[in-house]
Design a protein around this ligand. Sequence first.
Ligand SMILES: Nc1ncnc2c1ncn2[C@@H]1O[C@H](COP(=O)(O)OP(=O)(O)OP(=O)(O)O)[C@@H](O)[C@H]1O
Ligand SMILES: [Mg+2]
Length: 215
Amino acid sequence: MDWFAKAPLDAHWLILGGTRRGKSALLQLRARALMKRGVEAITAIDPHGEFVRFVAEWAANPHNGVSSRVLHVFNVGSNFVFGLNPLYTRSLRPSWEDCHDAANVVLSSTESFFDQASQSTPRVGRISYVAAFVLARHNLTLLELPQLLSLGADEVRRALLQDFDNPIVRCELEELQQMATRTPREFFSVVESTKNRWVRWLADPRLARILGQKK
Ligand SMILES: Nc1ncnc2c1ncn2[C@@H]1O[C@H](COP(=O)(O)OP(=O)(O)OP(=O)(O)O)[C@@H](O)[C@H]1O
Ligand SMILES: [Mg+2]
């Protein structure tokens, strides 16, 4: 099996075999080998969900050494789609730009969910951006998002007021910064509603099962 794991990234495969001869198992080995090598993302078109579920469970297990990057799972219709942790930045001390990019990836990839949840306000989007930025900076994952947003909004508020001196986002965040300074109570309630939205997303039972939190 070693040659299979080490084959070039651009190799093409056609796997033929009778029923129950191990075609799916072979594909899973290939996916694991690619993740071990640190590929950016894997796309699996998997109508029955059998492949993705096993690979995601394997990846979520810290013993397999890839879980700091993995653990971002989308539920699209009745199928699973999963990719690598979008908050992973390849660096223990990520740059401002790395965190900015990671936060934007998270926001755009969850946008449709929050649109469906309706009443999506720009403030919620901006708080989410700041929170995702802070998580990326501290090498954390989306699973820590509810805790971050639960700390009386203090950490988010501190980050918002101190860490965003960058001109690219300064204008965008100005209104929020004023709110955090002048009307902390209102700010707190926006953080609360942002948290509630994310908790609903993260509480999808299929997500929890793949993350190993539920049987
Ligand atoms: N190398 C292996 N050694 C031992 N058992 C294996 C091996 N590869 C697969 N198996 C087992 O054989 C069974 C069938 O494997 P798998 O599901 O990969 O087959 P498949 O060819 O994809 O079948 P299907 O045509 O039904 O999709 C599974 O229970 C799997 O765990
Ligand atoms: Mg199969």
